[in-house]
Design a protein around this ligand. Sequence first.
Ligand code: ARG
Length: 563
Amino acid sequence: MLENKLVVSALVKVLPDFTSEQISEKLEAPKSTDMGDIAFPTFTLAKARHQAPQQIAAALVSEINPDGFEKVVATGPYINFFLDKQITSRHTLEQVLAEQANFGSHTTGSGANVTIDMSSPNIAKPMSMGHLRSTVIGNALANITEKNGYVPVKINHLGDWGTQFGKLIYAYKTWGNEAEVKADPIATLLRYYVEFHEKAQADDSLNDEGRAWFKKLENGDQEAHKLWQWFRAESLKEFTAIYDRLDIEFDSYNGEAFYNDKMDKVVDTLSDKKLLVKSQGAQIVDLSSVNPNLTPAMIKRSDGATLYMTRDLAAAVYRKETYNFAKSLYVVGGEQREHFVQMKAVLALMGFEWSTDVEHISFGLITFNGKKMSTRKGDVVLLKDVLDDAHELALKQIQEKNPALKNKEVVAEQVGAGAVVFHDLMNDRTNNFDFNLEEVVRFEGDTGPYVQYTNARAKSILRKAAVTEIGDDLNLDDAETWDIITTLNAFPTAVQRAWQQREASIIAKYALTLARAFNKYYANSKILADDAQLNARLALVKSVTIVLSESLRLLGVKSPEEM
Ligand code: ARG
């Protein structure tokens, strides 16, 4: 936030009642670029000074020392600063080149933990596009969290417990067979599960059988436990293959089953605090005192079995005790909104002040070429297929554009996976969106490959120039580069806002803006011309690759050297 530094220090001198932070927070971008580069609104000063904001702005401008700025003017209630292009360009490039990948980092988090519940697919089922969203949004938020000075703890809250495993065990034991499962684990288990639901529609007693097997599983029945473990291990193998492709790692795989022996404590606390109420045999917590619209949270079924909610309550407490988080994020689709509102309400009733640090990071529905997906009916779009298709599409374009490229397969994977991830992250997370692979993997337009391609192009300019070191002469003052300079300068603020709003899309949109600014410059100027500003232009190109690569890294997208 170098641009602000000059402005802030000019303002502090004339506003002794304010700290630099307070001033910094107020700075805005003017409505249009011809009105200046940075604006300071004076509205909040009006009351204390008994003056109109317009008057205050005019008075302050006459006091401000304009050295180091092109000019400083009052426009209505705003003080508008026009930065000196040469000074700002030099400072910006110096800073980016000195800080490299650290440019844009903040220390706000002071090393506090932020737990991020992410991905969390259900075992014995293929991972869905919804889980992909959770995985990539969670991963990007983890990187952004870290860039803001926190320590992210990535938790995969595997859906490895619940009545559905009773159903699956029943199905397997009744019409399944070992060889069949071994040959193709997830697909076969999914088929059993789908068949179970079909049969249960005609014969409700199957549901009782399923519940009975889950009860056995919860009570530690050996046979049930062995089958469950087998299903879980096979599922994890498939999930891990996808995580590897996306290069995403977790700090914990403590899934729902992990909380088996931790739920009693929660239930006891609830009962000690007289929060548990019997309702039709089940045990519930009435939430109407928190919010009259909330339905009660079910803690125990009438047969004594615990629920998704019970395990989530135990997990929330465990996470506080284990990580002492500053924030506890749950990256889960919007359809579970009510669940998390209920969970927070129960935690608040239990007296945990930290319940306000628990946040549901909701996201919208993803459709694939207009189709919704449902595992119950078995018509799923497999993630592996999506990534494979993206890889093929990327490869085709590379073969057309750059047939001589050496490691085509590696780059195609980076571009294909990167395209899928980038597309997922470039929309505000709560938006619903449709997925059309052809568009997503294109090298032009608002896509990940476009940003990767721009970055590779910048890198190739540097290779062509073959400079080993960038010199000190960093003076640039032309209109063409100014757009890039101000965009580079906006990166630290983008990183900060992405964290504050829990929005990775801010980084994705930022990367597109920088890529567009650079491409425009590239098309209109001779970067490698042998003149006095060559060094400064190479510094600019280098800075662009640093910030584009870092933006992509934050999103979890690779930066190929060539493509
Ligand atoms: N396994 C769940 C599902 O697929 C998501 C779990 C989200 N995390 C949580 N702590 N509830 O719907």
